[in-house]
Structures are given as structure tokens and as C-alpha cells.
Design a protein around this ligand. Structure first.
Ligand SMILES: Cc1cc2nc3c(=O)[nH]c(=O)nc-3n(C[C@H](O)[C@H](O)[C@H](O)COP(=O)(O)OP(=O)(O)OC[C@H]3O[C@@H](n4cnc5c(N)ncnc54)[C@H](O)[C@@H]3O)c2cc1C
Length: 396
């Protein structure tokens, strides 16, 4: 409820990650003077996740370097942090958020920024050798297991799986990567670049089992044994599962909000309920008959800026939504924007595969649909700008 001593609505943000913090900061930057309360189930101050599979996992960055805001910023910006308390229910009619400990928080506007959780693999029961990676605690636990000589199985060759595989290799582990697709990251970057990526990682010692998955698994005293669908077996001391995420909207059941692969939002983050918005990984955007689930850092940060503008009724920032992400895999900086549908033609437009430094453009007819670069940030930027104008032209 509005406090008569402050001007503007009380904005409550459920979630304590990038999207939550960026929404709070953007509200203040845009001059919002009403209360801002951030409610997170994690008891740690909000931190950034990309380093969890990179520098933090390798021990080259510490916990202080993960902070999303300086320790005094929340107080300076008058952002109330309610930590260690999960939201478990929402009543949009009374504008009340219910917390796991039975507490309630009233709001004038609510932003749901509760992110996503790693998808579990049903064929792999929880065990001390099995790891998922989403939180700083997950990363610390995994770091402790990645000791020299350990046999590591990474299930899923998406960007997080490959980053972990490279980190494990750098730690001197023996690494096997199991991937359901024909090549690592093939559904995202297409067959040609994916084949190059597999060969490049194989050269650094990663062993790939592609086109298969874990059919069943047994925990034995000396190993977790993975029986793959192709009839082969992998024995591992450490198993890391990176097979995508689930947007947890179960706690919103009963609130009457439209959900699909996530919380359904329009381009400015509005949900189907008045005064409730969504930002970050929890969201799936529905536009032009398509569902686009969010899932990357830049989209979470940009989405938060858009939500803050919509909350305050000011014009939205002009941000191209192009699904951009980066991934650091040992000595490779991968950058991708747009889409690489199976029907698209992939052409190397600068550099070449042999040098390990190149840019690929994906086209359908004359239309540029996506850009992928390895160790070529400047040329990637040019491609990304071309992609933006192409999608602007396609819309008009
Ligand atoms: C290991 C890892 C590496 C990554 N690397 C990259 C990368 O290299 N490049 C890239 O583009 N993207 C990367 N990402 C993705 C990027 O970090 C995410 O897109 C981003 O963190 C999304 O922010 P978010 O705030 O929406 O969600 P999250 O960061 O998941 O934050 C959600 C927060 O809400 C809290 N929460 C959940 N449920 C509740 C509840 N019911 N009540 C209260 N609080 C709740 C959670 O505990 C969490 O603190 C990576 C992600 C991970 C996990």
C-alpha cells in the first residue's frame, strides 16, 4: 500500500537476481520516489551468475566480485532488501504477496523476477556425485569436486555445460560430454559451426558422446555409472547436468496469471494481471504468434529497464531484442544474436574456422536472421547492428 510520506507507488520485486536488481536500479534512475522492496529467497545479497561457470568456479574471482551492486548502494538508493524469504503466493485482487514464513507484503505494483531453476534429469536420481549449477553455493560445491584426475561427466553441451567442461579440463579432470543433439550447441548455432566447436574442444581433451543421453544410472561406491541410450557406459566421479532450465511459475498458481513456458508477458513486461509485471528468465514473451522464453543475461537486464519504464509510464528504452548471449569456453569467446533456423544458410563472412577467429552470418533468402562469432568481438558488433536493421526492416 502507498505510504503517504513518499510519492509514487510501492513497487515490490519478487526475486533477487539480475532482473530484480536492475529493475530496482532503473526505477531509481528514472526518478521513482515511492518505496521499492526486493524480496529474495536467497539469503545472500544479489549476485551475478555468469562467473559461476567460469572465473568463480575456477577460483580466479571471489564472492565480492559477484555483487550486482556495491554494498552501500541499496541503502543509498533506498531499496529495501528482504532476504532469505521466498514468495509462495500472490493475490492480485488484494495486491498481496505471501511469503513462505507466513508473512505478507502488500504492493501497488509487483514485478515477478524469480528466474529459473535447472531442469532435472529423471534418469539421474539425486546423489552426492550429481551436480546442477544455478547458485553460488552450487558453484562452490562443484569447485570442490573438480580435482585433478577426477572423471567428470557433463550431461548437456549447451553453453553452461561446455563452460563447466572446459573449467574441469583446466583443473586437470578427465571430461566426457554427453549431448542428445548431433553436435554441441547445434540447435543454437547450426551444424557447421557446431561441428567446428566439437573438434576444437576435442583437441583440448574433451571426449564427446553426441546423439545420445542417459537412459539410467547407478550409484556405486567408486563411481556414478551412466548407461547411455546408445549402449555405451560412462563411469564418473562427478556428474554435472546442464540440460536447460524450468521457469518456476508454480507459486503463481491460483493468481490467475497467464503462464506457458514461463510467465507470459508482452514487450514491455506486462502480464495478464493489472499492476503485475515480469522481468528476466522467468518470462516468456508472446508476440506475433510466437513464444520466446527469456534465458540470457542481456535480455534480463534490458527487460528490467523496459519494465521500469512501463511501471512509470515513460517511453521504453530503444533496446533491440535479439536474444544476444556470450559464452567463455577456455580460450574461446562465443557471441551469438538472432536465430539460426535449420533452413538458414550459414556463411563465414570474416576470418575462418582454421584460425579459430571468425564470424558467421545466417540468412534465409536475403534476410539476415542471426550472427555468431568466435574471438571476433568487433566484427560481431557490426553483424549485430546489421541484424538489428534487418529485423527493423522486416517489421516495416
Ligand atoms: C552458471 C550460469 C552461467 C551463465 N552464463 C551466462 C553467460 O555467459 N552469458 C549469458 O548471456 N547468460 C549467462 N547466464 C544466464 C544469466 O545469468 C541469467 O539470464 C540471469 O541470471 C537471469 O537473471 P534473473 O534475475 O532473471 O534470474 P536469476 O538470476 O535466476 O535470479 C532469480 C532470483 O530469484 C530468486 N527466487 C526464485 N524464486 C523465488 C521466490 N519464489 N521468491 C523469492 N525469490 C525467488 C532466486 O533465488 C534468485 O535469486 C548464466 C547463468 C548461469 C546459471
Amino acid at each position: 500500500m502507498s505510504d503517504p510520506h513518499v510519492s509514487g507507488p510501492h513497487v515490490v520485486i519478487a526475486g533477487g537476481g539480475l532482473a530484480a536488481v536492475r529493475t530496482a536500479q532503473a526505477l531509481r534512475d528514472l526518478g521513482h520516489r515511492g518505496r521499492v522492496t526486493l524480496v529474495s529467497e536467497e539469503s545472500a545479497e544479489p549476485y551475478d551468475r555468469p562467473p559461476l561457470s567460469k572465473e568463480y568456479l575456477l577460483g580466479t574471482r571471489g564472492a565480492d566480485d559477484l555483487r550486482l551492486a556495491a554494498p552501500d548502494e541499496y541503502a543509498r538508493q533506498d531499496i529495501e532488501l528482504v532476504l532469505g524469504r521466498a514468495a509462495v503466493g500472490l493475490d492480485p485482487r488484494t495486491r498481496t504477496l505471501t511469503l513462505a514464513d507466513g508473512g505478507e507484503i502488500g504492493y501497488d505494483r509487483l514485478v515477478v523476477a524469480t528466474g529459473a531453476r535447472p531442469r532435472r534429469l529423471p534418469s539421474l536420481p539425486e546423489s552426492r556425485r550429481v551436480h546442477y549449477l544455478r547458485t553460488a553455493a552450487d558453484s562452490r560445491r562443484l569447485a570442490g569436486a573438480l580435482t585433478g584426475g577426477a572423471r567428470v561427466a557433463v550431461i548437456g553441451a549447451g553453453f553452461i555445460g561446455l563452460e563447466v567442461a572446459c573449467a574441469a579440463r583446466l583443473r586437470g579432470c578427465r571430461v566426457t560430454v554427453v549431448e542428445a543433439a548431433a553436435q554441441p550447441m547445434a540447435p543454437i548455432i547450426g551444424a557447421g559451426p557446431a561441428d567446428w566447436l566439437r573438434r576444437r574442444h576435442a583437441e583440448r581433451g574433451l571426449e564427446f558422446r553426441c546423439g545420445t543421453t542417459v537412459g539410467r544410472s547407478e550409484e556405486r561406491p567408486d563411481a556414478q555409472v551412466l548407461f547411455l541410450d546408445d549402449g555405451t557406459v560412462v563411469e564418473a566421479d562427478v556428474v554435472v547436468v546442464g540440460v536447460g532450465v524450468v521457469r518456476d511459475t508454480a507459486w503463481l498458481a491460483g493468481a490467475g496469471l497467464e503462464t506457458h513456458h514461463g510467465l507470459v508477458c508482452d514487450g514491455s513486461g506486462r502480464t495478464s494481471a493489472a499492476d503485475v509485471f515480469g522481468a528476466g528468465d522467468v518470462v516468456c514473451r508472446h508476440a506475433a504468434g510466437r513464444c520466446r522464453p527469456a534465458g540470457h543475461w542481456t535480455a534480463a537486464s534490458d527487460g528490467a529497464a523496459q519494465v521500469a519504464a512501463a511501471l512509470l509510464g515513460v517511453p521504453p528504452p530503444d533496446l533491440g531484442e535479439d536474444g544476444f548471449f556470450w559464452s567463455d569456453q577456455a580460450d574461446l569467446r562465443l557471441q551469438f544474436a538472432g536465430e539460426a533456423p535449420p533452413t538458414a544458410t550459414a556463411t563465414v563472412v570474416s576470418g575462418d574456422f582454421d584460425s579459430g577467429r571468425f564470424v558467421v552470418h545466417y540468412t534465409e533468402g536475403d534476410l539476415l536472421t542471426g550472427v555468431f562469432a568466435v574471438n571476433a568481438p568487433r566484427d560481431f558488433l557490426r553483424g549485430r547492428l546489421a541484424l538489428r536493421s534487418a529485423s527493423r526492416q522486416a517489421r516495416t
